[in-house]
Design a protein around this ligand. Sequence first.
Ligand SMILES: [Zn+2]
Length: 305
Amino acid sequence: MVLQSCKRSLWGGTVGVWKAIRNGWENFQSHSRFIVGDGTRVKFWKDLWCENHSLEEVFPTLFNLSINKESWVAEAWEEDGVGGSWGPRFSRHLNDWEVGEVESLLGKLLPMTIRRGVDDSLQWKENKNGTFSVKSFYSSLSRGINSPFPATSFFGWEAAWNRLLTTDRLKRFGWSIPNRCFLCKIEEESTDHLLLFCEKARMLWLLIFSLFGVQWVMHSSVKRNLLGWHGTFVGKKREKAWRAAPIYLMWTIWKERNRRTFDDIERNDQDIKSIFLYTFVNWARAYIKDHTLSLIDFVDWLATK
Ligand SMILES: [Zn+2]
C-alpha cells in the first residue's frame, strides 16, 4: 500500500506528460506552443506560435479570407535577397475595413522570422526549458497513433520513439523523472533498451526467431536492426511476415509499457507472448487472406519456407 502510493507520486509527473501525449494531438497541443524554425511543420492559422493565441482566433475575418486554412507558416514567408517578409495570401482583394486588420496581423508577425535549416520545435507551456523537435512526433501522430501502422511508417516510428517517447529523452528536455524501464524495472529506459535488450523484448525476439527457425545476431541499435532486416533468406512465401514481425513486436512492447505506465497493470510473460502472436496472426489473416487461419495453422505456416 505504501509502496503503491509512493510509486504513484514518484511517477506522477511522467503519467501527466504521457497522458497528454496519449490523448492525442489536440490535448497535447493545448499544453504547448511552437517555436518556429523553418516553419514547415507549424500551421500558420491554427497552431499557437505567435503570441498567446492562434491567428485564427485573433483574426477570424482574415482567416475566412485566407486561401489555405491549413497552410504552413513557411508558406506565408516570402524570401528576398536580404532576408524575407510575411505575406499571407487571401482569396480576394481586401476592403478598406479589412486592411486595418492585416496591418495589425503584420504587426504581430513582425518580430517573428523563419530560420532556414532549423527544425520547428515545441515548447511545453508548463516548462520553459521543455523544448524538443516536433518533426517526428507530428508525423507519427498524423499517421494515427492507435491504428496498426503499416510497414512503410516503420522508420518514422523508430525515429519518433527515439526522439521522444522514452524517458531518457524526456529527461534530457528537462523533466525531472526517474529514468527506469517500465518493463524490467532494472535498466535505464532508452529506445534500444526497450525494444531490443530488455528481457521482455528479448523474449519476443527469441520467439520470432524460433517461429521462423532462423538464427539472428542482434545489432546494437534498433535502427541498425531494422535497416538490416531483409527477408530474402526466409523464402519468398514468408518474406512479408518476416518484415512485419518486428512491427508487432514493438507494438506489443509499446502497449505493455504504456499499460504499466498509465494504468499500473502488468501482463505476465505468457500473456505478452500471446498478445504478440494474436496481433501478428490478425495481420496474417488479412495478408494470407484466410480468415479462418488459426494460431496453430499460422505457426505451422511460419515454420515452413
Ligand atoms: Zn527493461
